[in-house]
Ligand binder design. Structure first.
Ligand code: ZN
Length: 68
């Protein structure tokens, strides 16, 4: 469950960053800026999820663990 949550957050962060680079459009900001504090929490959770996946992905992923 934590694995999936972290995965989804990393995807959200990556897509948001892509939109920001391509269109200068920050989806997370547009959706959450009306709620004080939540936008920053999402960014922090995305960062924590990235670190979590970087540390655990090799063990969880069939492709990566097969090559290791
Ligand atoms: Zn992998």
């Amino acid at each position: 469950m934590l694995h999936m949550t972290a995965f989804i957050l990393v995807i959200v962060g990556a897509v948001n960053w892509g939109l920001l680079g391509l269109l200068n459009f920050n989806l997370v900001n547009v959706i959450l800026s009306s709620v004080p504090g939540v936008e920053q929490i999402v960014y922090i959770l995305v960062g924590v999820s990235g670190v979590y996946l970087a540390a655990t992905h090799m063990n969880d992923c069939k492709v990566c663990s097969a090559k290791a």
